[in-house]
Design a protein around this ligand. Structure first.
Ligand SMILES: O=[N+]([O-])c1ccc(O[C@@H]2O[C@@H](CO)[C@H](O)[C@H]2O)cc1
Length: 677
């Protein structure tokens, strides 16, 4: 869904989710607070939970999450919320288990510039601009303080700076993260101090047992006031009030029933969400490829008959799971399926004797593989971002027969696909993520041209040696000659990506031109017209981009607008996304206009203190990754601070390093006397 770059799609999907959630609630099968979305930026390609997020770019994440909350909660200030959404994990959480570091004890060291520029924007959008009902603090520490015990994060930034002060908004802990304040963070001397630190910092709800077990002792010890407890309770009960929990049939959502679950509309949307995200990385002209009933197709690989696997993690019960194999069989062609060796944990293909047999019979090969949840998962980061040798071996062998050879790269993270990209016998390469219940159909429709691919990569595809250039624990974004970091994300990476953020081919060609001429703007004039409470939200301009389909195939087109230029503090990023929109169903020869709303905030840069500043200098707006259109402009006058970032308190504690456990070990404290775990 991140690769679709289609905010309306996100709102539509989220509306189905919240509608079905209400049906389940009315049926007595579910609550009304949902611990979604995971909106941490996908900073490092090894991250096992990057698959849950829309991608690596903070502007993209912010725009996406705004659209998502709209659908989940039913608008930004509804009388009754449809459900409470929870933006998680606040903040700087993106490490599971890597090289002896675990999410429960990891201390993310982040300076104010990177914090405000990269790790904060999605949460600012959640709290300040979308009225999200709940925020979840994370397992990790941030600069020495466990986030669930950090008043700078939960009070100063979240509530005061972002004005997230409605009584019905509450912070929940991650599951057992309050226990983790005590161990393995070793942040407090006692358990009573750990629960106190969390409650006083503003963690209102505990996923786990620590509040139940230890708040009474802490209260008896006089560690916090009753009013602090009241505040947490008021926030949670107020949230129920805003959900209409106490209002019976006065709440319109009470009418939602099982008939509103798994509707034809929901099914179509599941298909659309899969189809819009499929991204064409390489094509020698073989695609689209008609599949007729007199053809024989061989569909192979670990994912060829994927069903549950198409859902990634955190999934519900799907009404059906249409695998690629199932979809291939619906074409009427004769289909051979082989799971073949060479998948995850199966590095050799030596005993695979069926290649020549398959090759003799098949008119075309479809290989579906890549990553799956056995290697990218919650609690599990990767150590390699290369394809397994076995998979490449199979792909090589099949490609060697000189027949149409299509590779589908699946999974939420990226792999270095250069061996496939550089193999002239591989006709086409597509990326499909975790496409959900109708994923197989969306993939086959893309091969045949029933769906024209228009997705764009929401993450950089790095070369495999990237993982030896920077440790996962390094939270910095900018390249650094001292540490040897080549930089993170398309904004700062100094190497050459295999496929860059925003890459995505089509079955047609597009041209674009930006309306309006190059010119200069005075910063003081811009500020004079800026009346918003939050200055970064003031409009700069709506840039209209005329996009023309100059090929012969109907297709969507995603307009990505990047800003470059010399303005603000050095170093300058390569470029940064400042707007995007998806144009739908553009017929051959047609022109559509993308209206890109730029704000003063989107022009601004972040200084070393984390302030958002509008700087004089040269700017260039470009459309698409291989610029189809470009517009230069300048800002003149003195810099103006749009948002003054609250400075962190002086560090008090250093993290300790005597935790020796692994994934899961922190739960041992939950053994109740006489019980088991
Ligand atoms: O059963 N457990 O032991 C267990 C432990 C951790 C866990 O993950 C946490 O729960 C999810 C709740 O939203 C958070 O996104 C995730 O970080 C989910 C389940």
């Amino acid at each position: 869904m991140g690769a679709a770059f289609d905010d309306q799609l996100i709102t539509d999907v989220a509306t189905v989710v919240s509608t079905e959630a209400r049906a389940f609630n009315n049926g007595g099968r579910a609550g009304l607070d949902y611990w979604t979305p995971n909106i941490n930026p996908f900073k490092d390609p090894r991250w096992g939970r990057g698959q849950e997020t829309p991608g690596e770019d903070p502007f993209h994440l912010s725009s996406y999450v705004h659209a998502l909350i709209d659908g989940l909660q039913g608008g930004f200030d509804p009388k009754y919320k449809r459900i409470v959404a929870t933006c998680k994990h606040f903040a700087a959480y993106d490490l599971e288990s890597w090289n002896g570091n675990f999410r429960y004890q990891f201390d993310a060291r982040v300076d104010s510039q990177d914090l405000r520029e990269y790790y904060m924007p999605p949460f600012q959008t959640c709290a300040r601009d979308s009225n999200v009902g709940s925020v979840m603090c994370s397992y990790n520490s941030l600069n020495g303080v466990p986030t669930c015990a950090d008043p700078y994060l939960l009070q100063t930034i979240l509530r005061e700076h972002w004005g997230w002060t409605n009584e019905q908004q509450y912070v929940t802990s991650d599951c057992d993260s309050i226990q983790n304040i005590y161990t393995p963070h070793n942040y407090t001397r006692t358990r009573a101090e750990a629960v106190t630190a969390a409650l006083v910092a503003g963690t209102d709800l505990n996923c786990g047992t620590y509040y139940q077990q230890h708040l009474p002792t802490a209260y008896a010890q006089g560690l916090f006031n009753e009013s602090t407890l009241d505040q947490a309770l008021i926030r949670q009960y107020s949230a129920l009030v805003r959900l209409g929990y106490f209002d019976g049939s006065a709440v319109p959502y009470r009418n939602i029933s099982w008939a509103d679950v798994n509707t034809p509309h929901a099914q179509q949307l599941a298909y659309k969400a899969a189809a819009e995200g499929i991204t064409l990385l390489k094509n020698d002209g073989t695609l689209p490829m008609e599949i007729t009933s007199d053809m024989t197709i061989a569909i192979v690989g670990d994912w060829a008959n994927a069903t549950e696997q198409m859902q990634g993690n955190y999934l519900g019960i799907a009404p059906y799971l249409h695998s690629p194999l199932w979809a291939a069989e619906q074409t009427g062609a004769r289909v051979y399926y082989a799971r073949v060796p060479g998948g995850q944990g199966d590095p050799t293909t030596d005993d695979w004797l069926s290649v020549p047999l398959l090759a003799e019979k098949a008119d075309a090969f479809i290989y579906v593989g890549g990553l799956d949840n056995s290697v990218e998962a919650e609690g599990m980061d990767r150590v390699s971002i290369a394809w397994t040798g076995g998979q490449l071996d199979v792909i090589d062998q099949l490609a060697g027969y000189g027949k149409p050879m299509i590779v589908m790269q699946m999974g939420g993270g990226q792999l270095d696909s250069s061996p496939i990209a550089n193999n002239p016998n591989v006709s086409a390469l597509l990326w499909g993520g975790y496409p959900g219940q109708d994923g197989g159909v969306a993939l086959l429709d893309t091969i045949t041209g029933k769906n024209s691919p228009a997705g764009r990569l929401p993450t950089t595809q790095y070369p495999a040696n990237y993982v030896s250039q920077i440790p996962m624990t390094d939270m910095t974004l900018r390249p650094n000659s001292t540490t040897g970091s080549p930089g993170r994300t398309y904004q700062w990476y100094t190497g050459t990506p295999i496929y860059e953020f925003g890459h995505g081919l089509h079955y047609t060609n597009f041209s674009a031109s930006i309306q309006s001429s190059n010119r200069s703007y005075s910063i003081s004039d811009l500020m004079e017209g800026c009346m918003e409470k939050y200055k970064d939200k003031c409009a700069f301009q709506t840039v209209n981009v005329d996009v023309e389909n100059i090929g012969s195939t109907i297709s969507d087109y995603v307009t990505l607008a990047f800003l470059t230029g010399t303005h603000g503090p050095e170093p300058y990023p390569n470029k940064r996304l400042v707007a995007y929109t998806r144009l739908h169903n553009m017929t051959a020869g047609s022109t559509s206009t993308a209206n890109l709303g730029l704000t003063l905030g989107s022009l601004a840069r972040i200084d070393e203190q984390g302030n958002t500043v509008l700087y004089p200098g040269d700017y260039a707006l470009m459309v698409d990754t291989q610029p189809l259109a470009m517009k230069n402009f300048t800002l003149t006058g003195d810099p103006v601070t749009l948002d003054e970032w609250p400075q962190p308190p002086a560090p008090q504690l250093q993290t300790s390093d005597y935790f020796v456990g692994g994934y899961g070990s922190t739960y041992e404290e939950n053994v109740i006397a006489g019980g088991t775990t």
